[in-house]
Design a protein. Structure first.
Length: 119
């Protein structure tokens, strides 16, 4: 089972764990910061803000730079996957165009070519 631990979801669960509620607050702070700043700055400010509010203090003081790097990598990975997905779609469209054109050159109608290629 998967639980949504974004702020405001599964409040009962977050209320039972100081670490989980701290993580929830930390991520909410990053999201709020992203409305007015770049990701790296948003993460750094969220780390400082949480420490000042006594949220995940020992963990963030000890591992703040690792947390920052991990979150930057995760967001970059998501962006990279999205770009790769779009590139794959474009590649598929180009291949379909080439196959359609090759069938058309053989005298096959566009409608029949589309049917053969399941388009």
């Amino acid at each position: 089972m998967i639980y949504n631990i974004n702020k405001g979801h599964n409040v009962d669960m977050a209320g039972k764990s100081l670490v989980l509620s701290g993580y929830e607050e930390f991520i909410a702070q990053i999201k709020e910061n992203l409305k007015s700043m770049e990701l790296r700055e948003a993460i750094r400010l969220a780390i400082k803000s949480c420490i000042s509010k006594n949220i995940l203090v020992s963990f963030l003081e000890k591992n703040g730079s690792e947390v920052e790097n991990m979150l930057l990598s995760e967001w970059d990975q998501d962006e990279a996957l999205a770009v790769r997905y779009e590139e794959g779609r474009e590649e598929g469209r180009n291949e379909a165009r080439e196959e359609l054109f090759a069938l058309w050159e053989k005298g096959i109608s566009l409608a029949e070519a589309k049917k053969r290629l399941n388009l």
